[in-house]
Write a protein that binds this ligand. Sequence first.
Ligand SMILES: N[C@@H](CCC(=O)N[C@@H](CS)C(=O)NCC(=O)O)C(=O)O
Length: 225
Amino acid sequence: MSDNPDLTLWGVGTSRTVRPHWAMHELGLAYKVKPIGPRTGETKTPEYTRLNPRQKIPLLQDGDFRIGESAAIVAYLSRMYSTPERALIPESTRDYAAWLEWCFFIVTELDSTSLYVMRRHSADALGPIYGVAPEVVAQAAEYFRAQLRHVEVALADGRQFLMGDRFSSADILLTTCLDWAVAYGVGICNNAQPYLERMRSREAYLRAAAANAPLASITPMPGKA
Ligand SMILES: N[C@@H](CCC(=O)N[C@@H](CS)C(=O)NCC(=O)O)C(=O)O
């Protein structure tokens, strides 16, 4: 781990951007925030496009190193800046493999295939851009609930965290998807409810939520109260 990391995180305001904010706070890292938001045009400026040709947030700059994709940023931060007291990735080979399985499951099945499909095709979200498709939205919600059985079964043994008795970055990914599902009115499974409450009460979660709040919500528009 470097002694003086030079970390800048681009992006606020979404279920994806909160993930690296949360990892930063779990790891006790100081970092600068560039509070650009989704669908504002800020990801399309020449300056930002040079940094991230995919024109997406979040993006992390660590000195001269850049990395995008929320799950990859969280994994990078965990690998680079974990300490024995604050480790976000399991060490043994099999625990590491199980952690990877959870991470891929969450970002592919719960995020991309379910919640993001709902977002893309809802009339009040991105449907006007990608096509309004109520049946697709309903099926994606159903698929999310079916996939969540994996979580329900895992948590049934009373474990505190996805990986057992230690918090890991897989908990960051899962919690952000559960929060997202709740916001969309998609029911979450029984065991996920107390788990979600536990995660939401973590100090780093609360700090990350504050850091991820879009500035627009705290800066009144000119002429408005
Ligand atoms: N798989 C990517 C998804 C990133 C993504 O789609 N970000 C959205 C906001 S959540 C974005 O930047 N959209 C472009 C824009 O709004 O300008 C990740 O997890 O980081």
